[in-house]
Design a protein around this ligand. Structure first.
Ligand code: LMR
Length: 336
């Protein structure tokens, strides 16, 4: 008898669960019919736990909530959909609807974007944001519109640090080393002026190249450095803050213009909110990673001294004159 009651009760419980599931699904279906649903594919190349990775996921989640599932943002991290060198073309062809490449990756097509790669151009996040959110950002986004690409936001990763297989303190320490760079002529020139060689590589190949000794060093903000475990294949890290790495969050303009006005509004507002959050999160994550690296003692960490910084800056000075021919106005605006 007791057994029969137990069987009956479990059957009732299962039925209740099953019906609950059905009601949820039914409610979802009521809210958005299949034809109404809008899918946005968001592709990027870094880990999910980086500032960009986390912000992309947060954007997707908030958009889902705020549109009751009508808009689904599908996030593809870690180059799983498109890798460096592929994603911009995919965006132009509307095979992906949002990408957020490091600004350096736009510079071959739009040389003015190299302004963000200039070494020691920004001293603080505040300066970076004033440029991004002001005239500089506006002008740079206007260039992209000529290719039917719309800038939605600019996100931070953070200030870049140098790593290598030997200590990097004075300029002389760079001699004979090869550094992985992103595809930006200013970055190639930066290392050339420091006396090093360079090799352009997509982000997903950096770990292997460092491990195999194909390159000896790299530059990256610490959240990228740590999440891709570069500390396992690099013995020395210099906290140099010598350059900045940020992202242009981009969409296909034709796709964007095809969206209903109310959806656009939600996407725009959510993007603004996530951008504010992302910028704080980027700083927090980079600081946290530095503490973790210090604690782990897996890598030798050196803080660039003022004297060393001055020596690097002197060596790098010609790069400003050279860039002025490409983006003099942007440079002036930042300097002012
Ligand atoms: C890199 O290639 O080093 C970075 O731009 C990757 C990224 O998107 O942060």
């Amino acid at each position: 008898m007791v057994r029969k009651v137990a069987i009956f009760l479990s059957a009732v419980i299962m039925l209740v669960f099953f019906m609950g599931g059905c009601t949820d699904r039914a409610r979802d279906m009521e809210q958005v019919s299949k034809n109404e649903r809008i899918i946005i594919r968001f592709s990027h190349v870094v880990a999910e736990s980086t500032p960009k990775g986390k912000a992309a996921k947060r954007f997707a989640q908030l958009v889902h909530e705020r549109t009751n599932g009508r808009v689904e943002v599908q996030v593809y991290p870690n180059s799983t959909l498109y890798k460096d060198g592929e994603e911009f073309k995919a965006l132009l062809e509307n095979n992906v609807q949002i990408i957020a490449p490091a600004t350096a990756k736009l510079t071959k097509m739009f040389p003015q974007w190299q302004v963000f790669d200039l070494p020691f151009i920004f001293d603080s996040y505040d300066e970076v944001h004033r440029a991004m959110d002001g005239q500089v950002g506006k002008r740079l986004f206007a260039l992209l519109e000529q290719r039917n690409v719309l800038g939605l936001a600019m996100w931070d990763n953070g200030f870049k640090q140098m790593s290598a297989t030997r200590p990097l303190k004075s300029v002389a320490d760079f001699k004979g080393l090869t550094f992985r760079i992103m595809p930006s002529p200013v970055l190639a020139r930066q290392f050339e002026l420091l006396g090093a060689e360079t090799k352009e590589l997509p982000f997903n190949e950096v770990y292997g190249a460092l491990q195999e000794g194909e390159v000896d060093g790299a530059e990256n903000p610490l959240s990228n450095f740590y999440t891709k475990k570069f500390h396992q294949v690099q013995s020395h890290l210099t906290i140099s803050n010598h350059g900045y790495l940020g992202y242009a969050v981009l969409t296909n303009k034709t796709f964007w213009n095809s969206l209903p006005e109310d959806v656009k509004r939600v996407l725009e507002e959510t993007m603004k909110e996530v951008t504010r959050w992302e910028r704080q999160e980027a700083q927090r994550l980079n600081d946290q990673v530095l503490e973790e690296l210090k604690k782990s003692r897996e890598i030798n960490i050196h803080y660039l001294t003022d004297k060393e910084k001055q020596q690097w800056q002197e060596a790098l000075h010609p790069i400003y004159r050279e860039y002025a021919d490409i983006g003099g106005e942007l440079l002036r605006e930042i300097m002012e």
